[in-house]
Ligand binder design. Structure first.
Ligand SMILES: Nc1ncnc2c1ncn2[C@@H]1O[C@H](COP(=O)(O)OP(=O)(O)OP(=O)(O)O)[C@@H](O)[C@H]1O
Ligand SMILES: [Mg+2]
Length: 234
């Protein structure tokens, strides 16, 4: 479904990704793990068209998307739920969700998608008329995820959805991600919470200093020394 092939990405003269390759099959949950500054967000931005790689390619459902405008990539069914939520804080919950459905394909089906999103996150229905800035941190995270779903994605990329959440909400976020996969949505998940992430994902990639250091089945990675020492504190 998604194929990143030997990508290099720069910020000006400073290189952030080196020769990064990654692929995701339909209905997989794939995790991307790495320390602060490893290049995880840079890789998602390179996939979603916010950044353009200087070499290498990105393909989504068989079509080359590197160099394509981000809104067109969303229109093809690839949704990016960014780090730090990036909500429209002076708009209501309902309006934030509507903003997620701006592509013409999604707009036509928005009534139905609203119901699906409200089913996954009932709290958003209760709060539909409330300004986004008045939601709790956990509710804001759910709104960011809900907004990403409003584009009716085939593949969803989440950048640290559990960031700053209490354990109970953290479980809810992971449950929500599992339920998306059950609905046939493919997932690329960035998380610092390595144990939980390897538990819910099928496969994972470890990014270190802008390079893929390790990849494999998540259950196998749990046994690797590098993972145990550097990411699980064992
Ligand atoms: N806009 C930018 N301009 C210049 N350098 C940047 C920019 N954004 C990120 N970088 C650098 O690129 C590298 C990778 O950053 P990135 O944000 O991708 O890391 P990350 O793995 O997402 O980290 P975190 O876990 O802290 O979110 C870092 O060294 C960072 O300082
Ligand atoms: Mg990041």
């Amino acid at each position: 479904m998604l194929k990143v092939n030997k990508v290099d990405t720069f910020y000006g003269k400073s290189q952030a990704l080196w020769d990064v390759s990654l692929d995701i099959k339909e209905a997989e949950i794939v995790a991307l793990i790495g320390a602060n500054g490893a290049g995880k967000t840079t890789l998602l931005n390179t996939i979603s068209g916010v950044l353009v790689p200087t070499s290498g390619t990105v393909e989504f459902i068989g079509q080359k998307i590197d160099g394509m405008a981000p809104h067109r990539i969303v229109g093809m069914g690839l949704s990016h739920i960014p780090e730090g939520r990036r909500l429209f804080v002076e708009m209501s919950v309902r309006e934030n969700l509507e903003m997620g459905a701006y592509s013409s394909r999604a707009w036509k089906h928005r009534a139905e998608t609203f119901e699906q999103v409200y089913k996954i996150f009932p709290i958003l229905k209760e709060r539909a008329g409330q300004l986004a800035r008045t939601l709790s941190g956990g509710e804001q995270q759910m709104l960011a995820m809900g907004r990403g779903l409003m584009s009716r994605p085939k593949l969803c990329m989440f950048d640290e959805p559990s960031y700053g959440l209490a354990p109970r909400l953290l479980r809810e976020v992971f449950e929500a991600i599992k339920s998306l996969r059950e609905q046939g949505i493919t997932i690329l998940l960035i998380e610092q919470n390595v144990r939980n992430t390897l538990d819910i994902s099928d496969r994972a990639y470890v990014l270190e200093n802008g390079r893929i250091a390790l990849e494999g089945k998540s259950q196998d990675l749990l046994k690797k020394e590098l993972i145990k020492k550097s990411y699980l504190g064992l």
